[in-house]
Structure formats: structure tokens, C-alpha cells
Design a protein around this ligand. Structure first.
Ligand SMILES: [Ca+2]
Ligand SMILES: [Ca+2]
Ligand SMILES: [Ca+2]
Ligand SMILES: [Ca+2]
Length: 469
């Protein structure tokens, strides 16, 4: 009896030691964002709320904003962990509202307790996509206003734009010296890996940011079950704790080669997308906590996975779309794997260079599976429509009124059109699907200026200018 009690006690003790929450936040450097400079979500006090539980909340702001934290003990890369998962990061994502962040890990190689060693990126599902930028740099400039105003940015690919101010958050969005004394008050530059956000603005009442398959924080919803048991990142279903599960074995060096780390001491979570969600504002990662996972050999599941790079939700006939497909085992890329890719729409064809073309309209599902194990598969469904006739850009039957306008406007002479509104820089600010004649369009979220309306109706495309004053 005595022996059993002692044994029981030891097991509980070991479990508790291994399953640890964050004990220290080492650095919190956000990008500008609508929650930055707020005590609740964008301050050093907010950053401290992720310690000791998974119910805090801190916002990292737009692309590049980051937080570095540690646990009391190193996080082991233990092969006996469920699905090989070593820690879980929790965010505040809801379904189809992902704000993905890249996660980096560091081992305290010189044993001085400081994160001055080498960061290794955990290569997630989008790491190999052709539109992922691995050496992205963005510079934010302080607009020097005392209330919310657009924060200009420029990047190392020659693009520029703004983190837009919105009506819901009235404080300045650029990190202020009172809150972030270490951040330069003229401008500052953030560096990292940028992935392409899959933001869908086609329905203004239901703006979505689709989740990445695996390997990003603030990406999957949390589950209802035991928080010490992680999600299986290689299945679509949310298992156990949900949130986002990470395996130290996904770590790659700066050249993209996998590295083998037995344990790590520091974790960095960094917002990985540079995107706006119309009236919802910038895509900005939030983190509510993290948990180190204990070994448990009784938990097993699928470990092979196929990832298909996102296509636009609507594609056009007789245009070419490169298809990118990647196979993984336990989250590491399988480079010599035979994958069969099939399409189910008549007239759809993928050539030997993986270029998709369609000659008929309809709903198209692309399915990729392991040639030798077809049960492991992944699919993506898109709508194929007729290409628009880009020649016809003038039509005097279509009238925008009032124009110039303020807060709202209407369009007459069109029916069942798809409408895309862009600002003068060409940035899309709003899209409307199946617009019917004379419906009032609410533009209260748009700033004064010159805009362009692209009105697509059956096979014609008409461009109109709209002035908001
Ligand atoms: Ca592991
Ligand atoms: Ca160190
Ligand atoms: Ca899962
Ligand atoms: Ca979020």
C-alpha cells in the first residue's frame, strides 16, 4: 500500500513539472496596431498576462510585432510527446479569423540565461509556398499624431501602405514612448518571414481570414478537452486542447535546413502577415498563453499530411494557375514523395508543370493524395467562372450617385454585379458580390479621397471613379 501511494505521488509530480506555463516575458516589441498603447491588450502589463495560464491576452500588432518568453525549465523535444508536439500556443482566434504568427525557438547555447544565441524558425505549412517572403523587412513611420491616424509603412520589396486607423480605437497606433520606451519615435524596422494572408473581403458582413494548415500561432481555435494534451496538427479536426501545437523538430536554420534540437529555452512569436481586413482593421496576432507538453506515449494519430497552397476562391476559365502541393511527415517536408493530383470538373486540366487551366465553369475540387497511400489526401474547392472582357471599360448607362459623396452611395444601371473598390494606390478596400440596382452602399469606413470602382457584370468590366469628401 505504501509503495503504491509513493509511486502515485511521483507520477503526479513528474506530470506537473513537465506541463509548465510561461514563467517570464523577456521582450515585447509590437508593430503598430489598433490595440497597441492600450493597457488591456497593448502594454507591458498586458504582455505579463500570458504568464502562468492560458487566459491572458496581448496583441502583437501588424506584421513583425513579436513577443519572446520562456518557461522555468527548458522545453524538451521529447519523442514520447503526443504527435511529437512539444508546446502549445493559445491565441484568441475564432473560426475563419486566423491571425497567423510565425514561431521561432532558441537554445541557450552559451548558458547565460539571455536569448543572445541563434533563432530557428519552426517551418510551418506555408514555409515552402512560392509567395512566402523569408527575408522580409518592414519600416513603420510614426505619424506623430495624438489620436488614431494611419501609420505608413514601406517594405524591402518596394511596397508601401498603411496600418489604417479605425473608429473603434482612438489612441495612436504607433507604439508610444510612454508604453514602449525602447522603440524609436520616428520610425523602426521589423524583420521576419512573411506569409500571404488568405483574407476574403467579398462579404463585408462576414470578412474572413482562413487558417493556415499547421505551424502558426493564433491560427486554430481552442478545444474543450484537457489543456495538457495538444491538438494533432496533422488533422483538420480540433483535438484535446486545440490552439496551435508546435514540434521543435520543425526548426530550420537560415538556409531552410532542418536542425535537431534536444531542447529549447526561448520562444518568439511574431505576426507573420501584412494585411488589412477592411473595417476590422489590420491582421494582428493575439497570444493568451503557452503550455509546455509532457510525454504521453498513449496518444497517437495520423502523422502524414498533404498541403495545397491556396488558390483564389474564384478563378477564371482559360487562365493559368500554378498548383503547389507539399507532403509532410510529422511536419517535416518529404521531398521525394509521389503525389497524385486530380481535378473533378470537365475541362479542368493540370499539366506536367503543375499549371491548372479550366475550359468550363462550375465548382472545381482539386484533390492531392499520396500515390502509395491514397487515404492520406487533401483537397481544395474553388469556383470557376468566365473570364471578364477587359476591353469594355466604358459604359455610360451605369451611374454612380451621389458623386462626390460622403458615407454612402448607390449605383444604377447594373444588376447582379461584382464590385471591387480600390483606393488611389490600387489597394482593394471593399468588395461586394451580386450587387443589385440602386442598393445603398455604406462607405462610412472609407477615408476621404479618390477611389476606383471596378464593376464586373456578366462578361464586362467597367471602371468608374468615386470621390469621397
Ligand atoms: Ca517534438
Ligand atoms: Ca544565451
Ligand atoms: Ca487537429
Ligand atoms: Ca487574433
Amino acid at each position: 500500500m505504501k509503495t503504491i501511494l509513493i509511486l502515485f505521488f511521483l507520477i503526479i509530480f513528474a506530470y506537473t513539472v513537465n506541463a509548465q506555463y510561461i514563467t517570464e516575458v523577456i521582450d515585447y516589441t509590437p508593430a503598430p496596431g489598433q490595440f497597441i498603447n492600450t493597457d488591456a491588450y497593448g502594454s507591458s502589463d498586458a504582455a505579463q498576462t500570458i504568464i502562468g495560464s492560458r487566459n491572458g491576452l496581448v496583441s502583437l500588432g501588424a506584421f513583425g510585432g513579436y513577443i519572446i518568453f520562456k518557461f522555468e525549465n527548458p522545453v524538451e523535444n521529447n519523442p514520447d510527446n503526443p504527435y511529437g508536439i512539444d508546446f502549445t500556443v493559445f491565441g484568441n482566434t475564432s473560426s475563419e479569423n486566423a491571425e497567423p504568427a510565425t514561431v521561432f525557438v532558441m537554445k541557450d547555447e552559451n548558458n547565460n540565461g539571455i536569448p543572445d544565441d541563434t533563432w530557428y524558425e519552426l517551418a510551418g505549412s506555408d514555409y515552402y509556398f512560392s509567395n512566402t517572403a523569408h527575408t522580409y523587412e518592414i519600416t513603420y513611420t510614426n505619424p506623430q499624431q495624438s489620436t488614431a491616424s494611419d501609420v505608413p509603412w514601406s517594405d524591402n520589396s518596394g511596397e508601401n501602405g498603411f496600418v489604417y486607423a479605425n473608429d473603434y480605437h482612438t489612441q495612436p497606433y504607433y507604439p508610444m514612448s510612454d508604453y514602449f520606451p525602447a522603440i524609436n519615435q520616428d520610425n523602426y524596422t521589423l524583420y521576419g518571414t512573411k506569409i500571404k494572408a488568405a483574407v476574403d473581403l467579398s462579404d463585408a458582413t462576414n470578412i474572413r481570414s482562413y487558417q493556415r494548415v499547421f505551424g502558426y500561432a493564433d491560427n486554430h481555435i481552442r478545444g474543450n478537452a484537457n489543456s495538457f494534451l495538444p491538438d494533432n496538427p496533422y488533422t483538420k479536426e480540433i483535438e484535446n486542447a486545440g490552439g496551435d501545437a508546435f514540434d521543435i523538430s520543425w526548426a530550420v536554420d537560415i538556409d531552410g535546413n532542418y536542425v535537431n534540437l534536444d531542447e529549447i529555452d526561448f520562444i518568439k512569436v511574431q505576426c507573420a502577415v501584412n494585411a488589412n481586413m477592411a473595417w476590422l482593421g489590420e491582421v494582428s496576432t493575439e497570444i493568451s498563453g503557452a503550455l509546455d507538453i509532457a510525454p504521453n506515449t498513449s496518444v497517437n494519430g495520423q502523422e502524414d499530411l498533404i498541403v495545397i497552397k491556396d488558390l483564389p476562391r474564384t478563378i477564371y476559365i482559360n487562365q493559368e494557375y500554378p498548383i503547389e502541393v507539399f507532403a509532410f511527415n510529422k511536419g517535416r517536408l518529404l521531398s521525394n514523395q509521389n503525389i497524385a493530383v486530380s481535378v473533378d470538373l470537365p475541362g479542368a486540366f493540370i499539366d506536367e508543370n503543375n499549371i491548372l487551366t479550366c475550359s468550363e465553369t462550375g465548382t472545381l475540387t482539386i484533390t492531392a493524395s499520396f500515390s502509395e497511400n491514397p487515404e492520406i489526401s487533401s483537397s481544395m474547392t474553388v469556383t470557376v467562372t468566365e473570364a471578364v472582357n477587359l476591353e469594355n471599360t466604358n459604359n455610360n448607362n451605369i451611374l454612380i450617385y451621389p458623386n462626390p459623396t460622403h458615407l454612402k452611395f448607390q449605383i444604377s444601371g447594373t444588376n447582379n454585379a461584382n464590385i471591387r473598390i480600390s483606393d488611389i494606390s490600387g489597394k482593394e478596400v471593399m468588395t461586394l458580390h451580386n450587387y443589385s440596382n440602386n442598393t445603398v452602399i455604406d462607405i462610412s469606413s472609407l477615408k476621404p479621397g479618390i477611389y476606383f470602382l471596378e464593376i464586373i457584370e456578366s462578361k464586362t468590366r467597367i471602371i468608374k471613379k468615386l470621390i469621397i469628401n
